[in-house]
Design a binder for this molecule. Structure first.
Ligand code: NAD
Length: 505
């Protein structure tokens, strides 16, 4: 039995009229678990229309009522997070504890958005001129599109929709066709929380669905997260159609280990950040930059830890034979597994030292699962394909550098600028690093420096197109636009003289 995964509009599932479907697989078994509707143009217009119909009334709903719905959504999601985690693991493959962690980070944004009344407060100036007052306010944009990648089917949409909805917009979420069920589950949860029908919608599909959002005159803004080429395309296309756009792209995150660092803690961090979620995180560490004097020692410690990792079915949990959950699951599709395997081959051919080869992993899971075990390369150089490409798999590349300056140059010469980290016990070096690197999110002895929800998430260079980062106050700004009102109320006791004056006021 496979499930049909369809759109959500007007507060209910909507099958659409397109006859096109894509298979959804469980990456741990390689078996097809469902099929997802791929919207045609008419389906897209129907779902966008559902948002258009609902938006004005939602924007006119009092802040008190909107906030109540957000709190109810927060409570429901908190109570039922295990259900959602199981859905994520079954379609994405990440282990259950990781799926639960993704939901927790999404919940943070919901909690931030519960404070929308404070965040939308405007300014007021009495007596800017004689008898003249000025006030400012932030108003919703209308209908906004959220296009998300496969690697965080719940958290990434939650970077955006809680704030967009709290601010009075209606949203259309276009999930990845690889793991489309989480969005529909969230839609049903919103309904249960009391959100009026049509404020939260899901449009399933591929490029056709994305293009419909990018070009629709009814969509005011686009929040996109995915690979860099698509982010660039989305930014250019949606901007050309007059929309506000934030398009977050790919990454190649470097973690620098300086000679004075605690090497055990640095090795723990590199392994956790390199292989967590099978490396399918935009904030994963994919390049470990070791200063020569400690490189041998660090690589040995990283290799020792990497060999202890258990790759397996993320949904299996502990069993009689295995007393613990797998550390990492499969990668998302067979094609992705094959691409990663081919990149490992390319690294070997280019002369990098393959310390641990994940292609022959003995995974705890189905023989048809999409397995790649943790892979460790040493002596990687910037000209190699495995350095230049975003592999987006469990492959950690060690690049050796002679000095701090070379480490920073490596980072700044890289096309991406999403996240980076430095491991050191030298406060001065850390402070200098923070200033020197051209990267949006920086960790100091923190390998995955994802900002908390009340700060904003976003990279630099080819990791972000547009100028606004996700969530935090930048998120509130993105989903609202400003109005400034200058007013003069006539006081009969102090009536202005009047008369014509054509000068600039
Ligand atoms: P992707 O670019 O293939 O897909 C992202 C979305 O775009 C999906 O909804 C997909 O259906 C759609 N899409 C794909 N091809 C398209 C096309 N030709 N035209 C229009 N739309 C298209 O990305 P993915 O493989 O799902 O996700 C992994 C990528 O996302 C990695 O590069 C990762 O670094 C990036 N990512 C970045 C961040 C960040 O915050 N910067 C966060 C998570 C993921």
């Amino acid at each position: 039995m496979t499930a049909n995964i369809v759109h959500w509009a007007d507060g209910a599932e909507f099958a659409g009229t397109s006859e096109l479907w894509a298979e959804v697989t469980n990456p741990a078994t390689g078996k097809v678990s469902g099929r997802v509707a791929l919207a045609g143009e008419r389906d897209a217009q129907y779902v966008i229309g559902s948002a258009v119909k609902a938006q004005e009334a939602w924007a006119d709903t009092s802040l008190a009522r909107r906030t109540q719905v957000l709190f109810a959504f927060r409570e429901l999601l908190n109570a039922r997070r295990a259900e959602l985690a199981a859905i994520i693991t079954a379609e994405h493959g990440k282990v259950l504890s990781d799926a639960t962690g993704e939901i927790a980070r999404g919940l943070e944004v919901v909690e931030f958005a519960c404070g929308i009344s404070h965040l939308l407060k405007g300014g007021h100036t009495e007596g800017a001129s004689t008898g003249v007052d000025v006030h400012s306010k932030r108003v919703p944009l209308g209908v906004v599109g959220i296009i998300s990648p496969f690697n965080f089917p719940a958290m990434v949409p939650m970077w955006f929709f809680p704030i967009a909805i709290a601010a009075g917009n209606a949203v259309v979420v276009k999930p990845s066709e690889k793991d489309p069920s989480a969005a529909v589950w969230l839609a049903a949860l919103w309904k249960e929380a009391g959100l009026p029908d049509g404020v939260f919608n899901v449009l399933q599909g591929d490029k056709v669905a994305v293009d419909a959002l990018l070009t629709s005159p009814d969509v005011a803004a686009i929040s996109f997260v995915g690979s860099t080429p698509i982010a660039e395309y989305v930014y250019e296309t949606a901007s050309r159609h007059g929309k506000r756009v934030q398009a977050l792209g790919g990454a190649k995150n470097h973690m620098v280990v300086l000679p004075d660092a605690d090497l055990d803690l640095a090795a723990d961090a590199a392994v956790s950040a390199g292989y967590g979620s099978a490396g399918e995180r935009c904030m994963a560490i994919s390049v470990l930059v070791a200063v020569d004097s400690i490189a041998d020692d660090l690589v040995a410690r990283v290799a020792e830890r990497t060999r202890t990792l258990l790759t397996g079915d993320g949904g299996a949990g502990a069993t009689a034979d295995h007393d613990r959950e797998a550390d990492m699951g499969p990668v998302v599709t067979r094609a992705h597994r094959d691409r990663i395997a081919s990149l490992i081959g390319s690294g070997e051919q280019a002369g990098a030292k393959l310390v641990i080869d994940g292609r022959d992993v003995q995974a705890r899971g189905g023989s048809d699962g999409f397995w790649v075990g943790p892979t460790l390369f040493d002596n990687v150089t910037p000209d190699m394909e495995i350095y230049r490409e975003e592999i987006f798999g469990p492959v950690l590349s060690v690049v050796r550098v002679p000095s701090y300056d070379e480490a920073v140059k490596l980072i700044n010469d890289n096309a991406y600028g999403n996240g980076t980290a430095v491991f050191t016990n030298d406060g001065g070096a850390a402070r200098r690093f923070e200033k020197d690197v051209q990267v949006g999110m920086i960790g100091i002895n923190v390998p995955v420096p994802v900002p908390v929800a009340y700060y904003s998430f976003g990279g630099w260079k080819r990791s972000l197109f547009g100028d606004t980062h996700a969530h935090g106050t930048e998120g509130v700004h993105f989903f609202t636009r400003g109005k400034v009102v200058t007013s003069r109320w006539i006081d009969p006791a102090n009536r202005p003289a009047g008369g014509l004056d054509l000068g600039f006021p």
